[in-house]
Design a protein. Structure first.
Length: 156
């Protein structure tokens, strides 16, 4: 029985549910990645429409074999997927990391096949590789599997 006069210790894990399973703390790398994805995507949602007035951006997009309107649809869908993935990562949803990596991999392949400026993709590829590395490290795997187990025990 819990004694109300003794304050809880700061480094004792609290039970996550009535069965006594422990909460798994979200790795800092997952928090950083999730917020990075959310913030960068939100900024891009504002910046992309402003780039419509840039003649150089329009010219580059016109060189792509994919029709310009479809390019914009793909960009906005990708940004929404990235924001949803970031929010779901913060909530410990395992599917979010697969959604982000899958969509980004598809976008990378499409970009390599169609982009008139392939060298401009290198910084994005490096960031994607780093994010993917951290999303699937052992600590991240442990966090997401523990969260999935806890959710299934709750019937979520």
């Amino acid at each position: 029985m819990h004694n109300p006069y003794n304050p809880p210790s700061a480094n004792v894990e609290e039970p996550d549910n009535e069965k006594g399973s422990k909460k798994t703390k979200r790795p800092t790398s997952i928090s950083v990645i999730a917020w990075y994805l959310i913030v960068i995507s939100a900024i891009s949602l504002v910046a992309i429409p402003m780039s419509l007035n840039n003649p150089m951006a329009r010219e580059l997009m016109a060189q792509n074999p994919i029709p310009v309107p479809l390019q914009f649809v793909m960009m906005f869908v990708g940004l929404l997927i990235t924001i949803v993935s970031g929010i779901a990562l913060l909530k410990g949803q395992n599917w979010a990391r697969f959604l982000y990596v899958g969509w980004s991999a598809i976008g990378t392949v499409i970009g390599i096949l169609t982009s008139p400026m392939k060298a401009a993709m290198i910084p994005g590829l490096v960031i994607f590789a780093v994010i993917t590395f951290f999303l699937f490290r052992p600590k991240a795997n442990e966090y997401f599997s523990a969260k999935e187990t806890a959710d299934s025990a709750k019937g979520v």
